[in-house]
Each structure stands twice: as structure tokens, then as C-alpha cells.
Ligand binder design. Structure first.
Ligand code: NAD
Length: 283
């Protein structure tokens, strides 16, 4: 029987656990606050932002959106970030990606105060992760690790193969898996004979953004398959990077899309915000 890793249920559990920490902060008059900076009008971003706001609200975390017009200048965006850096009632800040082309995304991301960088994209936070001392780490890889742990799926000594080397998913996830004793292979669009690598994976993570990239013949019997991909199909439906039905019959555990890594990413963002509020207000 294949274990379907229900990310929505795991995310609810995680959010429930956060309530206690939020209540403890409330006793000291602190309400964790998350600000999301949005530039322009991207329909996909709207859905993500709404989900994040809802999850924050569910556990008593304040969430607000700073919406800037699509033609906002670099200086406007940086000023908004600086203003949020200075606010004591905001403990976490994210800038919704993608930003319009005219804005230098790296400059904006690096302007977020390190202690409020709940997406974990600041070089200081990424550097801490490289060195094995993470403070605020990227939410999607954190969500993947949490799913493996919740399902008691062992990592140590396993061969983990990650398809995708982005700074948001593939690279930080590789670091987290290495820290836990996995042997890690990171593939990318230039990898020759991708299937030769994926077939030797005990844990296979697909984060390429290519619908049905991973077919059943690319997966070893009994592998754990984590699908990070979110692709909009021509019929409007969402699909991951994995050919779910075919791969499910070979995998020992698999995440669905939607309802897998996505909700866990949002839950980890709320968790990072609560952690940031605790660290900014040590008792
Ligand atoms: P990205 O475009 O920055 O990186 C994609 C990576 O995949 C690149 O390293 C590229 O080399 C690799 N790749 C592309 N095609 C490949 C192929 N055919 N074979 C091997 N490697 C290939 O994307 P990203 O931001 O890392 O996101 C990846 C996917 O994950 C997207 O579908 C995105 O929507 C999704 N995503 C989901 C969540 C979530 O919460 N579930 C969060 C972030 C991203």
C-alpha cells in the first residue's frame, strides 16, 4: 500500500501546534506579525497571498499586505521594505515573487532585515544553512523535511535525488538533507540521462516545474516521491512534476498536487514568523 502524504492535514496539525506558542507570546503582549510586499498584479500570487493570510489568521498571527503598483520604482519597493524593517509589530516579511522585471529582486530580498527574513532568502540566512546552523530557512524545503519526519520516513543513509537546483527549493533542500545524513544528488535541466539518477533514488524530490516530467519508469520500487512542482495545465487544472497515478503504484510514499508540499510551505512560513517573533522578543 502506498502511503499518500497528506500535506493539508500535516499543515493543519503544525498550525495547531503553533497556537500554544502564539498564546505564550500574547501573554507578554506580543502578537506575531507578517507583512507581504506585493508589486503589481499577478493572479497566481494573489492565490498564494490569500492562503498565507488565511493560515496566519487561523493561529492568531497578524498578517498584512503592502500592495504597490506594477510600475513602482526600485526606490519605492526598497522604501517599503525599510519601513517594515523598522516596525516593531512586524516580525516577518516576505516579498512576493516574481517581481516585475524593472525591479532588481536580489537587491530587494537582501534589504529585508535578516531577523525578519521568514522566506530565508537572505544570504546571511542561506549561509547559516550552508554551515549547518540554520536560523530562518526557506519554507518549501522546510516543509518537505517536516513531511518526511511526520511520516517517520528515514533520511539518514538514504540516497536523495533532487530534480531542480533553484535557491528557493533544490539547493536549500540539498543542504537540509545533507545535514541529516542523506547522500544527495542534485539534477538540473542540463543533466544527462536524468532517469539513470532518479532510478537510484530512495527519496526522489521533483522541483523542476515541468508537468509529468517524472514517469513510472524513472522511479525505483518503494521510493519515497515528493512532488514540489506546481504546473497549470491547459485545461486550468494544477499538476505536479510527477505522473502521479502511474508513479503511485511503484512508490512507498508520495505527495499529491495539490494538497502536498504546497500547504506545508504555507504552514512553515507561519512557523518561521512565530519563531522570528520569539527571537526578536527574547523572554
Ligand atoms: P526554477 O525554475 O527556479 O528552477 C527549476 C529547476 O529545475 C532548475 O534548476 C532547472 O535546471 C531544473 N529543471 C527544469 N527542467 C528540468 C528537466 N527537464 N530535467 C532536470 N531538471 C530540470 O523553479 P523553482 O522556483 O525551484 O520551482 C520549481 C517548481 O516548484 C515550480 O513548479 C514551482 O511552481 C514549484 N514550487 C512549489 C512550491 C510549493 O510550495 N509547493 C514552492 C516553490 C516552488
Amino acid at each position: 500500500m502506498t502511503l499518500v502524504l497528506d500535506g493539508a492535514a500535516m499543515a493543519r496539525e503544525l498550525l495547531n501546534e503553533l497556537r500554544g506558542r502564539v498564546a505564550q507570546l500574547a501573554q507578554r503582549g506580543i502578537r506575531p506579525g507578517l507583512a507581504t510586499v506585493v508589486v503589481g498584479d499577478n493572479p497566481a500570487s494573489k492565490v498564494y497571498v490569500r492562503n498565507k493570510m488565511r493560515s496566519c489568521g487561523d493561529v492568531g498571527v497578524h498578517a498584512e499586505v503592502r500592495q504597490l503598483p506594477g510600475d513602482a520604482s526600485q526606490a519605492d519597493v526598497l522604501q517599503t521594505v525599510e519601513a517594515l524593517n523598522a516596525r516593531t509589530d512586524i516580525h516577518g516579511m516576505i516579498v512576493q515573487l516574481p517581481l516585475p522585471r524593472a525591479i532588481d529582486a536580489q537587491r530587494v530580498l537582501q534589504a529585508i532585515a535578516v531577523k525578519k527574513d521568514v522566506d530565508g532568502f537572505n544570504w546571511a540566512n542561506l549561509g547559516a544553512l550552508v554551515d549547518g546552523h540554520p536560523s530562518l530557512a526557506p519554507c518549501t524545503p522546510l516543509g518537505v523535511m517536516r513531511m518526511l519526519d511526520r511520516a517517520r520516513l528515514p533520511v539518514e543513509g538514504r540516497h536523495a535525488v533532487i530534480i531542480g537546483r533553484s535557491s528557493i527549493v533544490g539547493k536549500p533542500l540539498a543542504l537540509m538533507l545533507i545535514a541529516r545524513g542523506a547522500t544527495v544528488t542534485v539534477c538540473n535541466s542540463k543533466t544527462r540521462d536524468l532517469a539513470a539518477f532518479t532510478r537510484s533514488a530512495d527519496i526522489l524530490v521533483a522541483a523542476a516545474g515541468r508537468a509529468k516530467l517524472v514517469t513510472a519508469d524513472m522511479v525505483q520500487d518503494g521510493a519515497v516521491v515528493i512532488d514540489v512542482g506546481i504546473n497549470r495545465l491547459p485545461d486550468g487544472k494544477l499538476a505536479g512534476d510527477v505522473d502521479y497515478e502511474a508513479v503511485k503504484s511503484k512508490a512507498s510514499a508520495i505527495t499529491p498536487v495539490p494538497g502536498g508540499v504546497g500547504p506545508m510551505t504555507v504552514a512553515m512560513l507561519v512557523a518561521n514568523t512565530v519563531s522570528a517573533a520569539e527571537r526578536l522578543n527574547p523572554s
